[in-house]
Write a protein that binds this ligand. Structure first.
Ligand SMILES: *Cc1c(COP(=O)(O)O)cnc(C)c1O
Length: 363
């Protein structure tokens, strides 16, 4: 069996280090906002090159709290992509605001910046790009639009830890960056976890209160906040994995290159954004006969997945926004054609070859 991600092999590699870190967190007996959270926040901020990093309970919460911290409220509109995980747009709705979907580029799979301007109006307050599958969005163009219309930019970096754009880490480009450490992410912990990054003192201060019941001093509450803290045990695990993230991301890039070498031009690949490095959280291609490929892989005990089969504007949950089929044709096309193959730092050349040959045999 070749799985999408391989935590068993990860444990063979760094399991001893992880278990030692978990043990030390437990022995500290400070489980909520304990020493490992502070340590990981400092290490992550240093790695990403930003002033602040705030640990929160999940990537979804990172987005929600970041949007709140930049001032998104009832009646506002936030521009985002329909070709992403639902949490991106859920976070906008949690703030009482309305997600406005802009179609994506067929090659990079990211928001098509040329289509953003026509969607900006008096209610628009922010742009929320996603660095999908680890491939950075066109941030310079997004920042230029944001500047022109006085909008905030929040990056969804749930799939892009360690990816760079023009030499800068994703999450250190907009007003805030939101990371998820869900176990399957390219930097994942062993439960739920998330992080918000920012270089802005005010946003940082607000985040510190929002994640902890609106409080800076215990039992004194400045605003209504949330219970959304990164767990100390998870933070201890993340400190271990952060030490290896460059190696992990490089291995992913190597696997992606091998896939391309073995499959040639029988499928279309996600284009790496110019002057950026994709960390390949997922390896996703556009392919004919997707269902047949999946069936064939499955009968060879090879996992595959479709990220994502329904674009957000056509999800039942967003029915009240009144989008219809045909409104965002590129996202709809990709939803019908994409397939993701196993990718993780431990996938062996021989396994990539077997997968590629199975795909080739179908096409
Ligand atoms: C995983 C993910 C999230 C949500 O993260 P959780 O930690 O699962 O809450 C948000 N956006 C994107 C693009 C994701 O892939």
């Amino acid at each position: 069996m070749i799985p999408m991600l391989d935590i068993k092999r990860e444990l063979n590699d760094i399991g001893d280090e992880i278990k030692k870190a978990v043990d030390s967190s437990i022995n500290s007996t400070m489980f909520i906002l304990g020493p490992n959270v502070k340590k990981f926040e400092e290490e992550a901020a240093k790695y990403l090159g930003c002033k602040y990093a705030v640990g929160v309970a999940s990537g979804t919460d990172a987005l929600h709290l970041a949007l709140k911290a930049i001032g998104i409220k009832e009646g506002d509109e936030v521009i985002t992509t329909p070709f992403t995980f639902i949490a991106t747009a859920e976070a906008i709705v949690y703030c009482g605001a309305k997600p406005v979907f802009v179609d994506v580029e067929e090659d990079t799979f990211n928001i098509d910046v040329r289509q953003i301007e026509s969607k900006i109006n008096d209610k628009t307050k922010a742009i929320l790009p996603v660095h999908l599958f680890g491939n950075p969005a066109n941030m310079d163009e997004i920042l230029a639009l944001a500047k022109k219309y006085n909008l905030k930019v929040v990056e969804d970096c749930a799939q892009s830890f360690g990816a760079t754009y023009k030499g800068k880490q994703t999450g250190n480009i907009g007003d805030a960056g939101c990371f998820s450490f869900f176990p399957s992410k390219n930097l994942g912990c062993y439960g739920d976890g998330g992080l918000v990054t920012t270089n802005n003192d005010e946003i940082y201060k607000t985040l510190i209160a929002l994640r902890n019941h609106g409080s800076y001093t215990r039992y004194y509450h400045e605003v209504i906040g949330f219970n959304s803290r990164l767990d100390d045990i998870q933070a201890a695990i993340l400190s271990v994995k952060l030490k290896h993230i460059d190696r992990f991301n490089q291995e992913r890039r190597n696997v992606a290159k091998l896939y391309q070498k073995y499959m040639g031009d029988i499928v279309k690949y996600q284009k790496e954004t110019d002057n950026a490095t994709n960390v390949y959280h997922q390896f996703t291609v556009v392919a004919e006969k997707r269902d047949e490929i999946m069936k064939s892989l499955s009968s060879s005990e090879i996992a595959s997945a479709v990220y994502y089969p329904v674009p957000l504007h056509l999800q039942k949950a967003f029915g009240n926004l009144n989008y219809k089929k045909g409104d965002l044709p590129v996202a709809e096309y990709l939803a019908e054609k994409v397939i993701s193959f196993p990718i993780n730092p431990y996938l062996e050349d021989e396994e990539v070859l077997v997968i590629a040959n199975t795909v080739k045999a179908v096409l």
